[in-house]
Structure formats: C-alpha cells, structure tokens
Design a protein around this ligand. Structure first.
Ligand code: NDP
Length: 384
C-alpha cells in the first residue's frame, strides 16, 4: 500500500488541524510534504516544525520574516498568491488537499489538477462557483476529485462508483443552532449564538453558513458536480444528531447511509486512503449511548437559503458563483455586526435577482461574476 504525499492548503484552519491529526494517526499511509496558510505565521511554523514538510507557503508576505524566525528547520518557502499556486504544483506530490475558506483555493485547485495531482476538496466554494470547469479539467487530466466534506464523503462511500443507479441523494443537515428558533426571533439572534454549532466545531464562515443553511445549499450544488447527479435528485433532511452523514437511494429503492461520530478526521482519512480502509485511533460508534437518530424536513420558508441554492444550481452558469460570493460578503458583514441574521439571505436573494446569468461560463466569466456579486452585495449592505 502506497504512502500518499499530500500538500495541505489551509493548514492552519479547522480542517487543517484535523488533516494533521490524520497524518499523525496513519503515518504509514500519509506524508505531509507541503503546508500553506494565509497569514497565521506562528501556527504554520508550529505545524511545520512538527510535520517537517519539504515546502511551506504563507500568502501574507509581510509575515515571512516572522515565519522564518519560528522555523526550526529549512523548508523551501513560498510566499504570496503566486506562492500558493506554486506549492499546489510542487513535484513528487500525489494529492493536494484544499481547505482554504472561500474562493481563494480555485486557482491553486486548477494548478494542482493541471500538474497531475489528485484533489481532496474541503472548500466547497470551488465546486459551487466553478464545478463545470474544475470537473472538466480533472476529467481531461485524468485525476481524481475526492470529497472531504463529510456529507459528500459519505455519499462517495455509499455510491462506490455506481452514480448511474441513483434515484436520490439525501444530504443530512444538523439544522444548526436555530433549528427550533421561531421565525419571528431570527431577526434578533446574535453572532455569538450563530457561532455555537450544536454538533460540529468548524471555522466561523462555515459555522454561520450552517446556521442559515447556506452551507447545505452550497453542498447541494457541490453534490451535483461531484457525482454528476441532477439537482432535482439532491434532497436535504434535517438530522440533529449528525451521526448519519448522508444517504443514497438507489434505483431499486434500497438506501445506503454512512455513519460515524461528527469528526472530520473520518472523511479526511478516507479521502487520503481511498480505495483502502485502514485502522486508526478514532472512536467507533457506541450504540449503547446513541439513544435516537431523528429526521425532519427542513423549514424551507424560514430558511430560504435552500431554495435559493436550488434555484442557483438548477439555473447553473454564473448564478452559483454569484450566490456564493454574495453570501461570503453578507456573512462577513453579519460577523462584523453590520447585518442582522435574516439580512444574509435577503442580500443574497437581492444580488441573485439582479444577475444576468451567463451559461457555461469559462473561468474569466466566473471570476467576473464573482467580482460583480461582491460589489453588488457590498453596495446593498451599505444602503441597509
Ligand atoms: P478556517 O477558517 O478554520 O481555516 C481557513 C484556512 O484557510 C486557514 O488555514 C487560513 O489561513 C486559510 N486561508 C484563508 N484565506 C486564505 C487565502 N486567501 N489564501 C490562502 N489561505 C487562506 O476554515 P475551515 O477549516 O473551517 O474550512 C475550510 C474549508 O473547508 C471551507 O471551504 C469550509 O467550507 C470547508 N469545510 C470545513 C469543514 C469543517 O469542519 N471545518 C467541514 C467541511 C467543509 P490563516 O489561518 O493563515 O488565515
């Protein structure tokens, strides 16, 4: 069995932490050969000092000196946006794991594909904004895109290569911290309340997306591209315990589900070791303490993100990129106290309504739509 040589982009974040734990847990199967972060020089140096990759990258060039002073060995150091693209093309690498929050991972993802590396994707934004471009590039170059997002990793496990026999893909959602909050109270929820996810410990952007259900909306579009399944076959069910990570219903009516505790090390490990399964130190499910698994339909009217995402995914073209960019701007404004919670989806809907969708866009058209949506959302928020 081969040891995978992995570059991790977004190494200082929540997924980055879990990826380093997996590498520590299965050293015979996984070797970290590159680590990249945006500006957290101390944390990047600390991680590098432990895992000793041959290359590291810090996008924020002002912190390179600080990074050097903290390193206890001499890896190759890349800096800036170009550095991120260079480390994605590093030689003698099997897989690039993209865990950069937002859209900054798109170019490095394409670089990794073009230079023949498999991609492990946590950054759902990449597939939402440029699913057609990224999956076509991977097909052309003959590389794999392996899902790290727990839901898509679950579907990947259930499908086991049989995408043509699928009747429905059912994404599970915890429902977030406001699953039971009455609609008339959503206007008063605070940033602190929104950041308290009931079952997962994640970075701030995805945690807010889980509270609005935009996270699940993004995942619907991600599933459509990853598995080549039409949007109308991708459904969502609320499952507060986050034990069933998603399900697939096949043509014969049989349904397969994947279960584990909510710990991102499970999907990260499977993305790295696929198609093999190898032992680890992760806790197995204990059914003597799991008293119930519940499933409910989502509250579509109170959480419009799901219908906005369905509309974006079904329309396709540049609309998913616009939804994603407007959401990023709105989430940042909510975190800064400049928007109320429901104004996140109101802003996104407003920007989507104003967009003139371009069908089958190339990368330039996608990036132009992304920029347009950011400017529109910023202007809309300024007026609120
Ligand atoms: P975090 O906010 O915890 O970490 C983000 C990481 O991205 C950090 O390493 C950060 O570096 C880096 N980064 C941010 N901006 C840039 C940039 N412009 N260029 C290069 N690096 C950058 O996020 P998460 O780990 O929670 O999420 C990462 C991605 O994974 C997101 O797309 C999210 O949707 C997805 N995901 C996360 C899950 C989770 O459990 N956390 C589950 C499933 C998917 P620095 O620290 O230096 O700022």
């Amino acid at each position: 069995m081969k040891r995978k040589r992995v570059v991790v982009l977004g190494a200082t974040g929540s997924i980055g932490d879990s990826t380093l734990k997996v590498a520590h847990d299965i050293p015979e199967r996984m070797e970290i050969v590159g680590l990249a972060a945006n500006s957290n020089a101390e944390k990047l140096a600390a991680a590098a000092n432990i895992t000793r990759p041959k290359a590291i990258c810090l996008v924020d060039e002002r912190k390179i000196d600080l990074l050097r002073t903290r390193l206890k060995y001499e890896p190759k150091i890349f800096a800036g946006q170009n550095g991120l693209r260079e480390i994605a093309r590093l030689e003698d690498v099997d897989m690039v794991l993209i865990a950069i929050v937002g859209t900054a991972g798109l170019h490095p993802a394409l670089d990794a594909i073009e230079s023949g590396k498999d991609l492990a994707v946590a950054s759902k934004e990449i597939l939402v904004m440029a699913g057609e471009v990224v999956t076509a590039a991977a097909r052309k170059r003959g590389v794999k895109i392996l899902p790290v997002d727990s839901e898509h990793n679950a579907i990947f496990q259930c499908l086991d290569g049989r995408a043509s026999e699928v009747r429905r893909i059912i994404l599970t959602a915890s429902g977030g911290p406001f699953r039971e909050t009455p609609a008339n109270r959503l206007g008063d929820v605070t940033v602190e309340e929104a950041l308290k996810h009931p079952t997962w410990n994640m970075g701030p952007k995805i945690t807010i997306d889980s509270a609005t259900l935009f996270n699940k909306g993004l995942e619907m579009i991600e599933a459509h591209w990853l598995f080549g399944v039409e949007m109308k076959r991708v459904e969502v069910v609320i499952h507060p315990q986050s034990i069933v990570h998603s399900m697939v219903e096949f043509a014969d009516g049989s349904m397969l589900a994947q279960m584990s505790y909510s710990n991102m090390c499970f999907p990260i490990q499977y993305a790295v070791t696929w198609p093999d399964r190898v032992p680890n130190t992760l806790p197995p499910l204990d059914f003597s303490t799991l008293s119930k698994l519940e499933f409910f339909p989502p509250r579509y009217e109170d959480f419009p993100a799901l219908n906005l995402a369905r509309r974006a995914g079904e329309t396709g073209g540049t609309l998913p990129a616009v939804m994603n960019a407007a959401n990023e701007v709105a989430v940042a404004a909510f975190l800064n106290g400049r928007l109320r919670f429901p104004q996140i989806w109101l802003t996104v809907a407003q920007v989507m309504d104003r967009h003139r969708t371009v069908a089958h866009p190339d990368l330039d058209a996608i990036l132009a739509a992304d920029q347009w949506a950011r400017a529109e959302a910023t202007a809309a928020i300024g007026k609120k």
